[in-house]
Design a protein around this ligand. Structure first.
Ligand SMILES: NC(=O)C1=CN([C@@H]2O[C@H](COP(=O)(O)OP(=O)(O)OC[C@H]3O[C@@H](n4cnc5c(N)ncnc54)[C@H](O)[C@@H]3O)[C@@H](O)[C@H]2O)C=CC1
Ligand SMILES: CC/C=C\C[C@H](O)C(=O)/C=C/C=C/C=C\C=C\[C@@H](O)C/C=C\CCC(=O)O
Length: 262
């Protein structure tokens, strides 16, 4: 599959109002600003204040027409699907879909499944419908945020681990479907270790300091948000056949996608 050429591309990032999602949005816009034709990023999030503040800041830096924010709860299936269809119709296309929104809340484990697993499956399936070349789309890239907790267990966050494991199997299978039927869509899954954000430090309250320190040590330390963001950009731009990336401060390990079966 060819490398994605960035100018003029339209990207959607769920959970893009803060944290890792916001860093992804900013990095895409920075990269686009160095190219002859800027490209556009749409932030979807439930945090209205953070979303509006990020929008203002990013529009000042990168131009009014290059960044948008819409309130969207990914658990509201109709709203989420309709927004993706409107973006595709009104901006003219959808090239990059980043399903990043996620929570870790064992007290409300059903909501964690709705956001982390059902929300990502819905975003992936709807974006796939809009991008599929055999259905009149232009192809594209879909990146789902899993975690190292999608590959191994961590004490105290069993539902979070289940959802992130689910995303690994789901994304690998979508990659196989696309490869097999020439949809022109790349599917990627990122599995970072703990990223040095406010969120990861909440784990200490859930698991206790001692287990948190053990988990950080066993996974090779905390990752900087900048380090993760550079790997994200490489994955979006160049990872033709790399389906899954395990991202650690010590380096990245890739899993290649399965080849055509016929
Ligand atoms: N922080 C970490 O150490 C790691 C995080 N991840 C994953 O990265 C992703 C981003 O995490 P962080 O930036 O650290 O967390 P965060 O809590 O700072 O950001 C999550 C974003 O998702 C949004 N969100 C939550 N529920 C939503 C919903 N129903 N609809 C739309 N948006 C919703 C939040 O409002 C927030 O903006 C998550 O999927 C997380 O599981 C993966 C590995 C490590
Ligand atoms: C040490 C490394 C181990 C695992 C890291 C892993 O990569 C990972 O994905 C870690 C995620 C950590 C998440 C921790 C807490 C998140 C909490 C929020 O999502 C909770 C949101 C709402 C709950 C109610 C509230 O606190 O207001």
């Amino acid at each position: 599959m060819e490398k994605i050429s960035l100018p003029g591309k339209v990207a959607v990032v769920t959970g893009g109002a803060r944290g890792i999602g916001k860093a992804f949005v900013q990095r895409l816009l920075e990269k686009g600003a160095k190219l002859p034709s800027h490209f556009q990023v749409v932030i979807l999030d439930i945090l209205k204040d953070e979303g509006e503040a990020s929008l203002k800041d990013l529009q000042e830096k990168f131009g009014r027409d290059n960044v948008y924010f819409y309130y969207c709860d990914v658990t509201n299936g109709k709203l989420f699907e309709d927004l993706l269809k409107s973006i595709n119709k009104d901006i003219g296309k959808l090239d990059i879909m980043v399903n990043n929104a996620g929570v870790c809340n064992e007290d409300d484990w059903e909501q964690t499944i709705h956001i982390n697993l059902i929300g990502v499956i819905r975003g992936t399936k709807q974006a796939t419908e809009l991008m599929r070349r055999d259905k009149g789309g232009n192809g594209g890239v879909i990146l789902n945020m899993s975690s190292i907790a999608g590959l191994e267990p961590f004490k105290g966050i069993e539902t979070y681990c289940a959802t992130k494991h689910g995303l690994v199997g789901f994304t690998k299978t979508m990659a196989l479907n696309s490869e097999d039927a020439d949809w022109g869509i790349r599917y990627h899954c990122m599995c970072p270790v703990g990223v040095d954000t406010a969120l990861v430090h909440k784990l200490k309250q859930i698991t206790g300091q001692e287990y948190f320190d053990h988990a950080v040590e066993k996974t090779g330390g905390l990752l900087s948000i900048e380090g993760l963001t550079e790997e994200f950009l490489k994955m979006i731009l160049y990872s033709d056949n790399r389906c899954l990336a395990i991202v650690k401060p010590t380096g990245v390990q890739y899993l290649e996608m399965e080849k055509k079966t016929n």
